[in-house]
Design a protein around this ligand. Sequence first.
Ligand SMILES: O=C(O)c1ccccc1NCC(=O)[C@H](O)[C@H](O)COP(=O)(O)O
Length: 399
Amino acid sequence: MEGLVSLKTTPPGISFHASPPSTTTTTSTSARRFSLVRRSLLASSMGTRRRNGVSETKDESATVSPANGDVETALKAKEWEVGMFHNEVAATQGIRIRRRPPTGPPQHYVGPFEFRIQSEGNTPRNILEEIIWHKDVEVAQLKERRPLFRLKNALDSAPPTKDFVGALRAAYQQTGLPGLIAEVKKASPSRGILREDFDPVEIAQAYEKGGAACLSVLTDEKYFKGSFENLEAIRNAGVKCPLLCKEFIVDAWQIYYARTKGADAILLIAAVLPDLDIKYMIKICKMLGLATLVEVHNEREMDRVLGIEGVELIGINNRSLETFEVDISNTKKLLEGERGQKIREKDIIVVGESGLFTPDDIAYVQEAGVKAVLVGESIVKQSDPGKGIAGLFGKDISS
Ligand SMILES: O=C(O)c1ccccc1NCC(=O)[C@H](O)[C@H](O)COP(=O)(O)O
């Protein structure tokens, strides 16, 4: 339902932005077009071009040149096209999260007036969608300031990546318990502030001492009060655990950026990213030596992800991002029957995520088939987060 929410005078100098023209293209045509545009855009971002049907890889610095206005304009036009078709393609895969508001942001400027008109097309349906819309704008601004070719030096001098998947496998083999990915998280939309005296490096070191196999570091500032500085500080403090950059990835640029800040793994959320994005992002990660944790919430997402080649780690999130309700039986449900069988055949490690507080919770998800767990709240809130790990597992897992 539409309604005029507010009307106020805009400061001088604000211009009127016309909405992009609506499209009458059919879904299958747009899906095809999306795929072509996407492929060429990702090829550009990876420094690959095709000549006579053969892929060639060239120096990234030569791919996007600031001096070449035509290339930049063409890239922007492609990005705009991709954005236009993204929601349609995603919907065909059951993805309800829209990449950006289909009818544009709620503000409309007419002369000196700013209208705020709320409608289904410009109001996020849930917190995840709100985060994604915000992230889309944030990343566009970051990219504008530091385009890919400018990340090249930082990429070249980044320390070698650590083996995230290997660390989880080793922990499982050594302890007979799920390998722990301990989360460095100050706050979350569902729980608010989790810890006031938040020192990311101290927490990371305590986790490592307490037996964590890997760490997950929230980098989103607005909703989780995290940062890339935290990730970098933990990496530079000599923490040996491999690091997951816990970010809402919507653009390949973020993967390169995460790598420059010391990430060893990134998160890809199937509720947000269509299959083709996941597929190409996994390829980019492999090229950069990063692991990918592909997160699912339901059977449909699990089936999509099981159809994607190269997936090594699947996270089952027990938290509904629409209602925030946590139900650890979600992990069991998604690992039953043929799905569990397929996972075992492919030797994929499943990570149980969210809502794990007690040794019984750990035993329950392990029984369901997980070989790793991602835990934040229950350990970060303890005065000694390292000792919190012993409480979570019911025993000291640090040796
Ligand atoms: O936790 C939230 O409120 C949330 C909201 C929107 C998107 C993601 C969200 N959480 C991220 C996570 O999945 C958790 O940080 C992670 O699984 C650890 O969960 P927990 O052990 O329950 O802190």
